[in-house]
Write a protein that binds this ligand. Structure first.
Ligand SMILES: C[S@@+](CC[C@H](N)C(=O)[O-])C[C@H]1O[C@@H](n2cnc3c(N)ncnc32)[C@H](O)[C@@H]1O
Length: 335
């Protein structure tokens, strides 16, 4: 697969409204991928993109384990959303942007389900997309992946996409960037186009009063939040609705879905989701927090492993009834 990087040359940016010829294709706004984006470093056995670490963009691994975790997480999302990829009911997209495509699962599914639709995925890391050797992956002509830092102003033409998807980006979008990120999304949407946002709030919850600050799961949450609070807003899920309204989007709807960490629910559907999420909880707890806790909070690797072991036991304890709040919001650009 060939990857391209989006250009940030000043004339493209200054032409973000009128100067850009409307016939210009996004291809003409990309260039060959700079090797800088490919360099990785290894920390406690996990691979990280050097560029992301150096520029405090993302502290999550970019290795095969992470790609597998994101694919499994996508399966959990498919259960949560009953296999619906696009939430607005009246959206029949011709062109879709996936912000932070990760292992590419959502973008690949959309490209397959809507073969007439052009799907563009953007990510700072080119590492996790399946390659041509991967049996279950066949890139359709309607799917393209590009490298860019979404913390920088978008270089897509205005009024270009029918739908912009942004899922699980709290660990990558700068805390102070969220308002302008939503404004950028609005700018590249066609009038009447939709944005859909999905974010987990990594503060583990339980409604039966059994989870206290002494529990490892709560310590994991608190430490994770504080480890990156200077650069990221991991609470952003709780304000997705306000962000969309403040940006002037209409028909805004939002909801919070509790994602059980194991199969504690008596309700069969939630039990099934809990069973699936239990399989990825350890991977999630490790992947999201390893770099922040050991490199930014200077926790020793042994201490980190102990915290994860204990947190995992608690996650599997049905009497604690733990869940991650998952926030979902949609909004429409006025016609
Ligand atoms: C948690 S993963 C989510 C992947 C995918 N959206 C999903 O739901 O499966 C976050 C992805 O966003 C990418 N990312 C983080 N910050 C980014 C940024 N500022 N610009 C572009 N991509 C970014 C990471 O490289 C990673 O692939």
């Amino acid at each position: 697969m060939t990857y391209t990087a989006r250009c940030h040359d000043p004339c493209v940016l200054s032409g973000e409204t009128n100067l850009l010829p409307s016939t210009r294709s996004p291809d003409s706004q990309t260039e060959n991928l700079d090797e800088t984006y490919r360099h990785t470093i290894t920390v406690h056995g996990r691979e990280y993109q050097q560029y992301s670490i150096d520029n405090e963009i993302s502290f999550q691994p970019v290795d095969r384990d992470e790609a597998n975790r994101l694919k499994l997480q996508n399966k959990v999302f498919n259960k949560i959303f009953d296999n619906r990829l696009i939430f607005p009911r009246n959206c029949e997209p011709q062109r879709v942007l996936d912000c932070g495509h990760g292992a590419g699962s959502w973008a690949i599914q959309v490209a397959e389900e809507f073969p007439e639709c052009e799907v563009i995925g953007v990510d700072i890391s080119p590492h996790m997309i399946p390659d041509g050797d991967d049996d279950d992956f066949d890139v359709g002509e309607n799917l393209e992946f590009q490298v860019d830092d979404l913390n920088r102003p978008f270089t897509f033409p205005p009024r270009y996409f029918d739908l912009v998807n942004s899922r699980m980006m709290a660990t990558g979008i700068d805390g102070s960037r969220w308002s302008s990120y939503i404004q950028d999304i609005k700018r590249v949407l066609k009038p009447g186009g939709w944005v859909q946002l999905v974010e987990i709030y990594f503060n583990v919850q339980s409604d039966n009063g059994s989870l206290t600050e002494k529990h490892a799961l709560r310590q994991w949450s608190t430490k994770l939040m504080s480890s990156v609070e200077d650069v990221k807003d991991l609470r952003v899920g709780t304000r997705l609705r306000d962000l969309l309204l403040a940006a002037g989007l209409k028909e805004v709807e939002s909801t919070m879905i509790p994602v059980p960490l194991c199969e504690w629910s008596s309700e069969p559907r939630m039990r099934d989701i809990g069973k699936a999420s239990r399989k990825i909880t350890r991977h999630l707890l490790t992947a999201v927090a390893l770099y922040p806790l050991t490199q930014r909070l200077h926790m020793s690797h042994d201490e980190f492993q102990q915290l994860i072991d204990q947190a995992q036991k608690e996650a599997e304890n049905p009497s604690l009834k733990t869940y991650f709040p998952l926030y979902v919001a949609i909004g429409r650009k006025p016609s």
